[in-house]
Write a protein that binds this ligand. Sequence first.
Ligand SMILES: Nc1ncnc2c1ncn2[C@@H]1O[C@H](COP(=O)(O)OP(=O)(O)OP(=O)(O)O)[C@@H](O)[C@H]1O
Length: 259
Amino acid sequence: MVTDQPLIRLDGVSHRYGEVVALQDVGLTVWPGEVLGIVGESGSGKSTLLRMLNLQEVPEAGDYRLSLPGVPGADGNLFNLGRFARAQLCARHIGIVYQHPHQGLLMHNSSSGNVAERLLIAGERRFAALRERGQVALEASEFPLARMDAPPVELSGGMQQRVQLAKAIALEPAVLLLDEPTTGLDVSVQALVLDTLKHLQRDRRITMILVSHDLGVIRTMADRVVVMRRGQVVEQGLADQVFQDPQHPYSQQLVQAKL
Ligand SMILES: Nc1ncnc2c1ncn2[C@@H]1O[C@H](COP(=O)(O)OP(=O)(O)OP(=O)(O)O)[C@@H](O)[C@H]1O
């Protein structure tokens, strides 16, 4: 379901760490139900951008609008919200999957407990409901329910990513941020996790922003692509267009390197 109203509008985002320019005047528009891929070499600012979108950090300059009708405080620039309001909004309406499971999970708690933790944020307290809603999210993430009480530390890398995914989608967020979600997994496991993401996208029309340095992953998943270099967006367009006919010399270089 693609509407004429963007879900996310990011404008003029700039940020430095000391002398390092991490983001320079970055702008993005994300439409409901689409998968936006972000590619670029190491250090180009991809992860920083995702942290800003997840409201973990606030840039020196920039405007971030997320269409959340009826959510108090969500109708202005989200970067202007206080720390508590940002944390609440992020926990309730933005899901994230990190490359390293320990960034997103309590590795020694049960997998179902990790998902339940997210549901508790939304005020669910009934044990049976927590377990049932947790199961739904784990099932949607194609996690084997027989292992739901095992802690992530005892699971394979692919299974750990599925627990992160279940936790991220448990509250049906407006947007799912994916920061190199399959990097470091075996190729066959990577393909299975990407399949799960595709199923989720097809069945639930979840809007996704996917960061990867792997053009193959972006090509498999993304409807549109943003190419970043040295903190700037150098090209954006439909994935087919960017891959088949890149316009910026850096995108041409990236695509050629992959071929
Ligand atoms: N917390 C931080 N403190 C200082 N510098 C940082 C910090 N986070 C990022 N940077 C710098 O900002 C720039 C952008 O980093 P970022 O991690 O966003 O790039 P990236 O494209 O995600 O790279 P990679 O693919 O290697 O993760 C880099 O020069 C990086 O060293």
